[in-house]
Design a protein around this ligand. Structure first.
Ligand code: BGC
Length: 572
């Protein structure tokens, strides 16, 4: 087994994690992160996925890179990155960074050169075309809304951008581009990072003819289609399919797998490094050994109701879709999605009350399904989304533009537009980490304004300090569970076998290796369930329980599973 198969990853959104007191500016930084490495070690994670730390214009917070081989001044210096990496490694914590492949910032020196004249030697590093009939070269859209083409007055041509216009797409068909991007990765591999989360791999190539898409939608439908992955504007049944059609010429084009193989050849020159793709297409595993090491099981989280039926179907389909040699990776939240507790644990649709037991159940699921789990910072203390109620506080450009567009083009009332924009954007799930019950939750001093408002629930126990002192807290639960996982090989690497698949309220499965068999039983409901589990094992020793049953020995067949009970037993 490789380290990245048994590891638990924890995503640190650097800007929001911890602002070091020597440069308090309301922005998280590397020193702040170094100061909390012991916390992460105690939590029991094995690897950090660090959100982009590169100099950036921050239109898309680090996903618009100005220099691939440096550190943004607000986060620190290269020397501080070195300290961070060394200190993480000393604690046996690996570090992977985001690597932004598809586009750069429009302020990157390469793009400044490229746009300076049609004859510039880097002109072809980006995708420049003449307009057609007084408009853009084709009818393609940006994933973030509006045309995917931006006119440049100076050279009178359009450039292509899949995301914001401040993020021009690199031309991956140009061999020099491939070379400089590989050089950028090599820089960090030489530096000692343990791998990369590769962003937007699906979008690297475009259909060469740049043909128009043929989807006909009204403008409101179009906007709903573009944002169909977001709840606020979605109510049209065919939009997801229309959306796929609309973007099909802009994603997953032939040639993409050859690029993946080039990247893999590079990282294979270094021992023990990993490539994780921001995609849910198992074809990126290639033959199982020649493209990416991991891709995300995003389909698992494409629901608002994580039911046993949903999870079982997901597992059955997802595991079956992986080529031989591929290893799964599961995730229930990240910097682009609603937080786990908000999305899946609300008591009722519009309620601000949460079912904390469900929260424990879902993280148990994440940590006991087959595959590498990815946690998102703050989940371990039950942080929730914060919907901003003042548009001037928006930091995510997506919220800003959606707010404007809804009012200008669709005559949505300002309060409604504000609510939609706040839930559509990603500020809600990127608020500062809540460390203590002091002002600003201990993220930065009280006389400093954090870059995003802190969720006020830090004062009601949603903070690390309070939960550290409380053995019944969610944080303790995470620590216990992570500790269990680390010592139970079946939970880390075992096969997955679903049982009693007809049950609507409970999810029961085995994880087994030749040395150990674990039974995981999760009751997603508020009712007691009497289960007759058809197994030939004679005894079950409870190794984890939300009902204090650890150490109990029982017979396997008859199990009374209490409301929301989490039960893990070792069978013999
Ligand atoms: C990131 C998003 C970002 C997008 C475009 C993705 O990889 O996860 O946060 O907006 O790339 O840059």
């Amino acid at each position: 087994m490789k380290w990245w198969q048994t590891a638990v990853f924890y995503q640190v959104y650097l800007r929001s994690f911890a602002d070091d007191s020597t440069n308090s500016d309301g922005i998280g930084d590397l020193r702040g992160l170094i100061g909390h490495l012991d916390y992460l070690k105690d939590l029991g994670i094995d690897a950090i996925w660090l959100s982009p730390h590169y100099p950036s214009q921050n239109f898309d917070y680090g996903y618009d890179v100005i220099n691939y081989c440096s550190v943004a001044p607000e986060y620190g210096t290269l020397q501080e990155f070195r300290d961070f990496l060394d200190q993480a490694h000393q604690r046996k914590i690996r570090v992977i960074t985001d690597f932004v492949l598809n586009h750069t910032s429009d302020q990157h020196p390469w793009f400044l050169e490229s746009r300076s004249s049609r004859e510039n030697s880097k002109r072809d590093w980006y995708i420049w075309r003449d307009g057609k009939q007084g408009g853009p070269p084709n009818n393609w859209y940006s994933d973030f809304g509006g045309s995917a083409w931006e006119f440049d007055e100076h050279t009178e041509q359009y450039y292509y951008h899949y995301f914001f216009k401040q993020q021009p797409d690199l031309n991956w068909r140009n061999s020099q581009v491939r070379q400089v991007m590989l050089d950028g990765m090599r820089f960090w591999l030489d530096f000692g990072v343990d791998g990369f989360r590769l962003t937007s791999v699906d979008m690297l190539l475009e259909e060469p003819e740049l043909s128009d898409h043929t989807v006909k939608l009204t403008k409101p439908e179009l906007y709903q289609a573009i944002f169909t992955t977001y709840p606020a504007l979605t109510n049209h049944p065919n939009l997801a399919a229309q959306r796929r059609l609309m973007f099909q010429l802009q994603i997953q084009q032939p040639g993409i797998h050859a690029i993946m193989r080039e990247l893999r050849t590079l990282v294979d020159q270094y021992p023990e490094r990993v490539l994780i793709g921001e995609t849910d297409d198992p074809r990126y595993f290639g033959k199982g050994y020649d493209e990416l090491h991991l891709v995300f099981n995003f389909p698992l989280l494409r629901t608002f109701h994580l039911t046993p039926g949903w999870v079982r179907t997901n597992q059955n389909q997802w595991l079956a879709s992986l080529p031989a040699g591929a290893w799964p990776a599961n995730i229930l939240g990240n910097h682009d999605a609603s937080r786990l507790r908000t999305r899946f644990c609300k008591l009722e649709e519009n309620s601000s009350q949460f079912n904390a037991e469900l929260d424990r159940l879902f993280v148990t699921l994440l940590l006991t399904l087959r595959g590498t789990p990815f946690l998102y910072y703050g989940e371990e203390i039950g942080m929730t989304d914060l919907l901003l109620s003042d548009a001037t506080e928006f930091q995510d450009e997506l919220s800003r533009s959606m707010y404007r567009i809804q009012m200008e083009d669709f005559e949505v009332t300002p309060p409604q537009a504000l609510r939609n924009a706040a839930s559509l954007g990603r500020d809600k799930n990127r608020t500062p980490m809540q460390w203590t019950r002091a002002a600003n939750a201990g993220f930065c001093p009280d006389n400093i304004r954090p870059w995003l408002p802190v969720n006020s629930n830090y004062a009601q126990g949603v903070n690390v300090a309070d939960q550290s002192n409380d053995p019944t807290s969610l944080l303790h639960f995470y620590r216990r569970l992570l500790n269990l996982r680390r010592h139970a090989s079946a939970l880390m690497i075992g096969d997955y076998q679903p049982l009693l698949e007809e049950l609507e309220d409970c999810m029961i499965y085995l994880r087994s290796t030749t040395d150990q068999v674990c039974l995981v039983a999760l009751n997603f409901s508020d009712r007691l369930h009497m289960l007759d589990i058809p197994l030939n094992f004679t005894t079950a020793e409870v190794i984890f329980s939300s009902w204090g049953r650890e150490g109990e020995h029982g017979v396997v067949r008859n199990l009374a599973l209490a409301p929301y009970e989490i039960y893990i037993a070792q069978l013999s």
